[in-house]
Design a protein around this ligand. Structure first.
Ligand code: GDP
Length: 198
């Protein structure tokens, strides 16, 4: 699938304000600076569809975009675990994120973005584990793969995946992406298309 049309629909500060759940949607989440906006823009072949906030983690908004003439929604969720937000937000995952995830019946997959350069971070692993324990369909996207050489990349990915396999018997779908060279975008969009066609 190619994204031929993408448009911002609305920002919601509560799940109630979100658009009617009348089509499949795919949500993207990760810590601030993981490369979420860059990846969304790359998937949609747009320069500034998803905007990077100058004060990361501060605005807790759910952003809906319509894709390919309203066939599905792409959802940009607020970042989690960012050190500069209030203690309340930092401790655990903000209410808006948990409300969204627990109450959005049309959410087909939650893509959790992880910086491929970093060793497994507790906030990310805790978050993913909470999702898996609650039966939320997640996929992992390791971002910024262009920043590593082949050897570092292979080592990091192996170590990260082994860390996760201590928790789970098998890994959810995993993607590797770069907003610089476009790695992973075709795979992610094909994965979405397959679910939409089921
Ligand atoms: P967000 O806060 O998760 O939305 O992250 P951004 O998309 O704003 O990216 C944070 C920083 O990482 C920016 O300086 C981006 O240019 C950079 N960045 C994002 N994705 C990539 C990538 O795939 N490769 C490289 N080299 N840099 C990236």
């Amino acid at each position: 699938m190619e994204v031929l049309e993408a448009a911002f629909l609305k920002s919601s500060s509560t799940v109630k304000q979100c658009p009617k759940p009348n089509k499949p949607e795919y949500a993207f989440i990760g810590r601030s600076n993981v490369g979420k906006s860059s990846l969304i823009n790359k998937l949609c072949k747009r320069k500034a569809l998803a905007k990077t906030s100058s004060t990361p983690g501060k605005t807790q908004l759910i952003n809906h975009f319509t894709i390919n003439n309203d066939q599905w929604y792409l959802v940009d969720l607020p970042g989690y675990g960012y050190a500069k937000v209030s203690k309340k937000l930092r401790s655990g995952f903000s209410k808006i994120i948990l409300d969204y995830i627990g109450n959005r019946e049309n959410m087909m997959c939650l893509f959790v973005l992880i910086d491929s350069r970093l060793p497994a971070q507790k906030a990310d692993v805790d978050f993913m584990n909470l999702m898996v324990e609650n039966g939320i369909p997640i996929s992992i996207i390791f971002t910024k793969t262009d920043k590593l050489n082949q050897k570092q990349y292979a080592e990091n990915m192996k170590a990260y995946e082994q860390e996760l396999l201590k928790l789970w018997e098998e890994l959810p779908p995993v993607f590797y992406s770069s907003a610089v060279n476009g790695e992973g975008t075709d795979e992610i969009l094909s994965f979405i298309e397959d679910i939409n066609n089921k």
